[in-house]
Unconditional design. Structure first.
Length: 117
């Protein structure tokens, strides 16, 4: 799992300042975790995302966005609560899920939204 700032996000996921029309810029499907250091559910989800990141290495990327440090990015995606996960497929629109989830649910969402198994 990689912490990502706004500039890297624009290059690796989507340049939201250049266009409002979704165009994925990445090489692999990804999960973007919008979280905060003060958030208990975010801290519970972090080790699950680390496991998934390791198990799916080379198949998908997992990015972490600290909403306190990257407020512009969080606002651009309308993040109202944390944790919020954005599942970004290679083509098509991203899907979002809020709240901590167990690994089984996360794996199901990866299969469903990203087509990765």
């Amino acid at each position: 799992m990689q912490t990502i700032n706004t500039q890297d996000f624009k290059q690796k996921v989507f340049d939201f300042t250049a266009s409002k029309e979704w165009k994925f810029a990445g090489q692999r499907p990804c999960i973007v975790d919008f979280s905060a250091s003060w958030c208990g559910p975010c801290r519970m989800l972090a080790p699950v995302l680390e496991q998934v990141s390791a198990e799916y290495a080379g198949k998908l990327d997992v990015y972490k966005v600290d909403i306190d440090q990257e407020a512009e990015l969080a606002a651009a995606f309308g993040i109202q609560s944390v944790p919020t996960l954005i599942f970004v497929p290679m083509s098509g629109q991203p899907a979002a899920a809020s709240g901590a989830m167990p690994k089984e649910s996360l794996v199901k969402a990866i299969n469903e939204h990203l087509g990765v198994s």
